[in-house]
Design a protein around this ligand. Structure first.
Ligand code: ZN
Length: 108
């Protein structure tokens, strides 16, 4: 596995962790309150922390071409994007595309 493949594997792992935390929100809440009979606010806080932690980890992924946060810009982020919000590099791009200097950085 070369460095670029490992980098995109890291992207995929972060994305899967984030969406798993989001999708697990309801089942964890139900289990917390119904099966365990613990107070709902504890389950809410626990799942909220999971989502925030995974979102933070996902948002800190750096674009292999421009080196900036891939899904996060200064004013907003987009967890649904498959392109870098700064240089437009597609997710899982070929190493030749990453090395290309033929791109323009969007406004900072
Ligand atoms: Zn980029």
């Amino acid at each position: 596995m070369n460095a670029v493949t490992a980098h995109w594997q890291q992207y995929r792992t972060r994305k899967v962790l984030f969406w798993s935390a989001v999708l697990a929100f309801i089942p964890i809440m139900i289990t917390w309150e119904v099966a365990l009979e613990w107070p709902a606010y504890g389950g809410f806080a626990f799942t909220l922390l999971l989502v925030i932690a995974s979102a933070s980890y996902y948002a800190k992924f750096k674009c292999p071409r421009c080196g900036r946060n891939y899904i996060l810009r200064t004013a907003y982020g987009n967890v649904l994007t498959s392109k870098c919000l700064h240089c437009g590099l597609n997710a899982h791009a070929h190493p030749d595309e990453i090395q290309s200097q033929n791109y323009s950085l969007k406004e900072r």
